[in-house]
Structure formats: structure tokens, C-alpha cells
Design a protein around this ligand. Sequence first.
Ligand code: ADP
Ligand code: MG
Length: 375
Amino acid sequence: MSFESIFGTAPDGSWRAPGRVNLIGEHTDYNDGVVLPIALPNEIVVTAGKRSDGRIAVSSVGHDAVIEFALDELAPRSVDDWAAYPAGAAWILRESGYPIGGANLLFESDVPTGAGLSSSAALLCATSIALLGLVDVEVDPAEVARLAQRAENQYVGAPVGLMDQTASMCCTAGHALAFDIQSGSLDQIPFDPSADGLTLLVVDVKAPHRHADGEYAARRKSCESAAAQLGVPALRSVAFDSLDETLARLDDEVDRRRVRHVVTEIKRTEDAIALMKAGRLREVGPLFTASHVSLRDDFEVTVPELDVAVDTALAAGALGARMTGGGFGGCIIALTATDSAAPVLDAIEKAFAEKGFTAPSALAATPSNGASRIN
Ligand code: ADP
Ligand code: MG
């Protein structure tokens, strides 16, 4: 259905915001660490038209109903289901004093939902820049990301960090975005696998997210209590060089392994950034694999589907592979020579069929631009 046939008027413009995948730096964000996402070519496009009655109507291709609400009546969770995301974006913009008005919004997306590729952040960011664009207000992309995070935290009620929205707003093509959570700095790091004859595969292992929320909370708690016992504000402050001595000061064996993951992961992320800056992309592969082993054995957030996909990718010739995202489901990434990408994917599909797992799906992740106006 076209915009005109749904809303009965012509649109004023369209905007886009991409999904993201994190290359390395997993479970480091809430420890004041460093993350390294890229924006995906997969994105949410929103076509938007102004309304003069202070109401917002939203429709999404593949979802049946048009959902409508009044700007003046928005309050946290006043709109539910998927429309909570665009409603949340409108709510936080109003709360923050931006003079947005009513709008008709039609969304169309090729970001898989619920796969850990941040369709939720893309939806929030696309809505935010469309509502601002309709009233010709320019806002710094990093600030839009902070607003989108507050909408997801306070309106939708999801306790997410700032990585996803920042990636969707601030990434650039041919680069990964080094986001230092402690300092807030954003650095564009050259990352163009195709220029090196490489491909970054993203494989959705289609595993149900088992106990993900409770396990996530338990990991955060472990990190916080270990930091308290060590007398540091966050695990970022634990030096890699004296890690063994530091671990010996912790009473709890499980906490020791959680801390070892976080501290070694921050080091791997810094090493990956240095290699990418030096143009030594192939050497980043083993860091991905080491990250997976740490997430599997020390942080214990993998599931059989993630482990089988990584092991199979490596056996089929990938330079490196790891789970990405919070774990307990979601996706793996694999860095492969471009002519190995298809055989690696075939091997994973075959292994999943043999194990009786749901068939996986894959995309080639070209590092893409953050959110922008299309026309
Ligand atoms: P992820 O961000 O990993 O994709 P989330 O559970 O955080 O997973 O967000 C997925 C939710 O975002 C969906 O359940 C839906 O409510 C909303 N969403 C994402 N994409 C769209 C879309 N194109 N149209 C409508 N809602 C969407
Ligand atoms: Mg999400």
C-alpha cells in the first residue's frame, strides 16, 4: 500500500536509519568499556507527511492497522505494541522542547526484527529525524541517539545502553565506530572488508532468547559487585597487565571469570582498533575468535546454536568468528575471504540441519552510513 492510499495525502519527504552489528567489545558497555559497531546496509525507511491536527498516525509494511495518537496525550507506555517506538520518539522530542508537529508516518524495513541487529534503534532514530526534518529542525546526530535511548528506556521500558542508537545515527560507510563509553568519544576506524578481498558475514542463528533478561541482569550484577570489591568505579579501571593479581583478590570464582572476560575483551577491542588503523584487517579474525571463546567459557552467554555456527565457520575456513550482541541467541559474525563466504555459509546451514536446529539466515554486512534524509 502506498503512502497516498493509506493516508489520503502526499508525503513531504523520506528518511532512513540503519540496523547495526557490533564487531567486538561485547558486554563491555556497562563496564565503561569500548564498543565497535558498524551500520548495516539493512535499514528502516520512513516516508512522512505533516499533519496540522497535532496527531501522529503510523503504519508499517507487513503490519495491518494504522495506529493513531495525539501528541498532547503522550505519556510513558501510553501507546503499546510496535507503535510504542515511534510514540516514544515523539514523546521524548516534546519532553525535550523540540517543536515537532503532527505527522503521518509509513515505515518499510529490511532489518530483521528481534535478531539483535537493532531494528528497535533504527525505528526510533528514523522516527526522530523524520519528525525533526518535517519542522526543519537540525539536531546533532549523537544527541538524537541520546534522545532515542531515553525513549527506549523511559517510554518503551527497555533498559538498553547507548551503543545501538549511536551506531544507527553516527556510523559512516567504510568505517567501524569506536565508541568509548567512559569518555564518550566517537572515532571512525577504517573498516572496508571488500577492499581487502574479505566479507563480513552476519548469520542469524534463529535461537529463541532463553532467559536472556535474567541472565543479562545477573552478569551486570557480577560486574558491579566485583568492581565494588576491587574498589574501582567500573571494570574499565582494571589494568590488563596486572589482571592475574587483580583476579586473585576476588573471592568468588564465577566473578573472577566474569571480570576476566570484560578486561580481556576491552584489550581485544583496543587491539582490533589498532590493527584496523594499521590496515591489518586479516589479523582481526583471531581476536573475534578469542572473543567468542571468552564469551562462551568465562562470561557464559552463548547457546549451542551460536557455538556450532562459530565452530563450523572456523572449520570451513573463516579467518575469525564470534557471537555478537548480548548472547543467548541472536547472530554470529564471521570474517572470511570473499570467495569463502558461500562455502562457510553452506557449512553452517548443513551443520544446523544435521543438529535439527532452525535454518539460519545470513547477510553480507557492508559497513554503511548512519541515518540521513533521503529526499
Ligand atoms: P532488535 O532491536 O534486536 O531487532 P527488539 O526486540 O529490541 O529487537 O526490537 C524489535 C521490535 O521493534 C519489534 O518487536 C517491533 O515492535 C519493533 N519493530 C522493528 N522493526 C519494525 C518495523 N519495521 N515495523 C514495526 N515495528 C518494528
Ligand atoms: Mg533492540
